[in-house]
Design a binder for this molecule. Sequence first.
Ligand SMILES: [Ca+2]
Length: 217
Amino acid sequence: MLSTGVAAEEILFFDDFQSGEISNEWTFYGDPVSIINSDCGNPAPCFNNNGDSMWSSGIKSRQTFSLQDGLVIQCDIFLSCHPRGAWVGSFFGLHDPALTAGNTEPKIVVGLKYMYSGELDWNNPHLQGMLIFAISKAYRNEDAPKLIHMNQWLDSWHTFKIEISPEGLCSYSADDSLIFTYQASLSESPDEVGLYLGGRATSWGIALHDNILVYVP
Ligand SMILES: [Ca+2]
């Protein structure tokens, strides 16, 4: 059993970046490419999306997973930003590998974005910490649900988890506390989905990931 508390036989994928490099289990997307941060982590080293202010950068797993029996994905995230800063965020989730050839941004099936948007973001000043439950338009009936002013997870490591039931119920939690559920219509979802990590980064802040884990519920 890993320190994650999940039995080894249930684990489909795990990366704690302790090798100090982004392994060839991943492919890169975005420019500049993502890097390892050797000084920070839970514990160090960890993953730094290294995106820019306009577009996300990140990595997509070569391994794919079935949603048929349900799936849990979890990841530790550290997000910090100057109070006035913007365009810093950590994203993770599942994407459709058939729709994301080469190094293009993942086409998200189900995911989570933790972002920060201070007053420098002229479109959305004063949002600050913001949690976005990213679910593809193909599998939902309304706008992507968003919780704003979620500052309680800034400036320290927290574990975010998405549990997807075989019926498409997506349960989002932070540090084992349920924060949101959404019933998605995943019956037409792809047979196999891939994992992605990424986000945006600027000199205003830092967005890090560690201990990405996929297992069967
Ligand atoms: Ca680590």
